[in-house]
Design a binder for this molecule. Structure first.
Ligand code: ADP
Ligand code: ZN
Length: 754
């Protein structure tokens, strides 16, 4: 009798692969365990046992497995069920999902490292030849399994490796070693020999002929008059120094250096705060959500910005905790800020775990294990979309905050999934409840609520005394015509910034993310050419001087003048945040400005540092992209300025108006989070655009009705479904023919459906 297992490999393969196992192995193995298997040319991979059976494959002779890596399954049947749904629904290989789901450290078989244990000396004479060779080589360096294979010239080296491990001579590291090491920081100080003024002056004398060295020393003394240690990174902020120069000074024992591990304990305990009692309106929403859950899996909480949705979430979470259930709190990546995590921690303390893409492998494995074992530390998991793949044990509730956010959708690599929709399936499979929360729900979700598919609860007043901000649209056409512009600022916005800073309040200036499709916009009338088929803006393609529809391919030549008012100068460029930052610096004496965009927030906690500087008042003007619009809760923002709303309004996407409304409302929501008045100023060449009106009047309902009507007219979701197919290839003609064929094929098939 023959025994086989099917194994999912972390590769984008359409199918699981079959391997031969012995009867004993077959008895021992369970679905969801990891095994090391050969695949391709001498490569080892970690795969997951997916099926056990007795049918030999037809197409190939199965190989046998190399090693069993787990005692118990690490993937539960429930997780597999979720993967299978995702694989079918999003047309993604199980292997791609495996790779997205498992922390990398679980997967690296070929990459597995072997290291010698320095605390135990092997019995050299008792070693076999092969073992001797390996141990000898390990004296010098750690080895990868592949290197060991080459060394002993044998394929099946795992028995040997496991034998050595059993004798405690070596340890097997499941991933590249350096990935486990916490980050080291380099610190410098002036060498203790020079810690007196006299010695220091003498030193400067000696360095007279070395201007670079004395400049560095001088900067150091000014920054650290008490001769303290200083981070190299901090030093580099003050003075531009080369590594070679620092090396020289260290070698000459003028500077002293040391390395220290950076604290990676993100969730340092913070003091608990007593729960805030819910307001009447919040209490009502809380009960309404619960009663709707009795009948529905999903409830949509539509709560205006600053209404205290988060407090309602907290009460719902508290209830699940009492029932010993796990809660998954999903946020868009950029909303996953220290501010948010700390709020959750202040309420729930050690029960909170964060799962973050910026985490190291080590941290991710730890989180995974805590959740799998239903540890007390992992009852509330806060994370971005990939947290959906964690091994939940007893999931009671998923909260999808800011459910309208596009970043819930993963574009590349596969699996290309929408985390909000996938969360709903996960909740259903795990018999948990799901709450969607937003101030500006996506049309799809709101439509589902209206259709009765989801429950629907509204929270339409701001918490406490907070007044909604006054929203003003500023006409850039007019400002340009009357020469009332200073740089990028209309006089109105300019004066308001000045006045706000003078009142010692803070200003947020928003500019749309760079790299958006270039539009052609008339500076006189604000007209942007549209596609007549698809109702979206045309984008400018410089290479062939055309305007093009991204949906249907409709093109026209670049117009020489505006098609509506015939003005000759058409504008193509967008403005970057950097330019705004510079102008703020030039124009406003009182400004202490900082910029927040993808460039300035790349480091691990760079984002949080900026937020903190703004919260402390160290920065009083924050210039930023999309990032500044998300969930930040500042009390002292008196003015929010939108430099130019048009790129949002005319973004070539059928959801452009919905997105523009959402974004502008979110930006505006950063103001008026305290008692007192606040303003939002939106600059635009189309200040009378319906969407701007709807934002001004905070009229989600009108946006919803109108957009839904357009979606129906132009056959867009939620009335129709869209799939985008992209074909790629080296040869133009082949791709062209294939695309034509595929297009016709689809049309034929669809014709049958209609
Ligand atoms: P949202 O998530 O709806 O934008 P938040 O939950 O951030 O609103 O609440 C806005 C502000 O009001 C926060 O500073 C929050 O601490 C405060 N707040 C909300 N509800 C309460 C409450 N019940 N008691 C005290 N403060 C509250
Ligand atoms: Zn079109």
């Amino acid at each position: 009798m023959q025994y086989f297992i099917d194994v999912v490999l972390p590769l984008p393969l359409p199918k699981a692969f079959t391997y031969w196992v012995s009867e004993e192995e077959f008895e021992f193995l369970q679905i969801g365990q990891r095994v090391g298997v050969p695949f391709g040319k001498n490569k080892l991979y970690t795969g997951i046992v997916y099926k056990k059976h007795r049918t030999a494959p037809q197409a190939y002779t199965p190989k046998s497995i190399e090693v069993i890596l787990d005692e118990l399954p690490i993937i539960s049947p429930a997780q597999f069920a979720f993967w299978e749904w995702m694989s079918t629904y999003y047309q993604a290989a199980l292997g791609s999902i495996l790779r997205a789901a498992l922390p990398g450290a679980f997967l690296l078989a070929s990459e597995t490292f072997v290291a010698r244990r320095l605390d135990i000396d092997p019995d050299w004479d008792g070693l076999t030849d092969d073992a001797f060779l390996v141990m000898e080589a390990l004296e010098k360096a750690d080895l990868r399994l592949e290197e060991i294979q080459q060394l002993v010239q044998r394929k099946k080296i795992l028995p040997l490796v496991h034998e050595l491990a059993a004798q405690n001579y070596i340890q097997i590291l499941q991933s590249l070693r350096e990935k486990y090491l916490p980050k080291q920081q380099r610190y410098l100080r002036i060498h203790p020999d020079f810690h007196t003024e006299k010695a220091l002056n003498l030193l400067f004398e000696q360095l007279k002929k070395a201007p670079k060295q004395s400049a560095l020393l001088l900067a150091f003394c000014q920054a650290q008059p008490e001769y303290d240690w200083m981070k190299l990174s901090a030093l580099r902020k003050i003075i531009d120094v080369s590594s070679a120069l620092i090396r020289t000074l260290c070698d000459k024992q003028i500077l002293e250096e040391k390395y220290e591990y950076e604290d990676r304990n993100l969730l340092a305990p913070i003091p608990l705060k007593p729960p805030k009692p819910l307001s009447k309106a919040q209490e009502k929403a809380f009960h309404a959500i619960q009663s709707q859950w009795k009948e529905k899996l999903v409830v949509l909480l539509e709560g205006v910005t600053s209404s205290g949705k988060t407090e309602v979430y907290f009460s719902l979470i508290a209830e699940q905790i009492e029932k010993q259930k796990q809660v998954l709190y999903l946020l868009p990546e950029i909303s996953l800020t220290a501010q948010m995590v700390q709020r959750l921690q202040a309420r729930f303390g050690e029960k909170v775990t964060i799962f973050h893409s910026k985490f190291s492998l080590h941290e991710r494995v730890e989180v995974w294990k805590n959740i799998q074992h239903h540890s007390d530390k992992a009852q509330i998991i806060i994370g971005a979309r990939s947290a959906l793949f964690l091994p939940f044990k007893n999931l009671g509730l998923i909260i999808v905050d800011e459910e309208h956010e596009t970043s819930y959708k993963q574009f590349d690599p596969a699996p290309r999934y929408h985390a909000r929709d996938a969360a709903i399936v996960l909740a259903q499979q795990m018999q948990a409840k799901l709450l969607l929360g937003s101030a500006t729900p996506s049309l799809e979700s709101r439509f589902n609520a209206e259709q009765g598919k989801y429950g629907h609860v509204q929270l339409l007043e701001r918490f406490g005394q907070a007044l909604p901000p006054k929203i003003i649209a500023i006409d850039l056409k007019e400002a340009h015509r009357k020469k009332q512009m200073k740089g990028l600022f209309s006089h109105a916005l300019y004066h308001e910034i000045e006045a706000t800073l003078a009142r010692e309040q803070q200003v947020i200036l928003f500019q749309n993310r760079r790299g958006y499709a270039p539009l052609v916009e008339c500076h006189s009338c604000g007209h942007v050419p549209q596609c007549s088929n698809c109702d979206v803006s045309l984008t400018y393609h410089q290479a062939n001087q055309q305007l093009r529809c991204h949906y249907c391919g409709y093109t026209i030549a670049k117009p020489v003048q505006c098609m509506v008012c015939s003005t000759p100068n058409l504008n193509f460029k967008g403005t970057g945040t950097q330019q705004i930052e510079e102008q703020v610096n030039d124009f406003f004496d009182l400004a202490r400005v900082a910029r927040m965009d993808w460039d300035t927030t790349r480091g691990k906690w760079a984002f949080d540092v900026l937020i903190d500087r703004f919260a402390q008042g160290e920065v009083n003007v924050l210039v930023g992209t999309q990032m500044i619009t998300k969930g930040l809760d500042f009390k002292n923002v008196g003015l929010v300025g939108v430099i130019n709303a048009d790129a949002l309004l005319f973004f070539p996407d059928f959801r452009a108006h919905e997105k523009a409304f959402q974004l502008l409302t979110q930006v505006a929501g950063r103001a008026g989070r305290y008692q007192g008045e606040s303003k939002v100023m939106i600059q635009s060449f189309s200040p009378d655009h319906t969407v701007i009106k709807q934002v001004k009047e905070n009229d989600y309902q009108s946006l919803y009705t109108q957009q839904l009507h357009e979606r129906k007219t132009f056959e867009y979701p939620p009335y129709n479904r869209l799939i985008r197919l992209t074909l790629r290839g080296r040869d133009y003609t082949t791709v062209d023919q294939a695309a034509t064929w595929l297009g016709e094929y689809c049309i034929d098939k669809l014709a049958l459906l209609y």
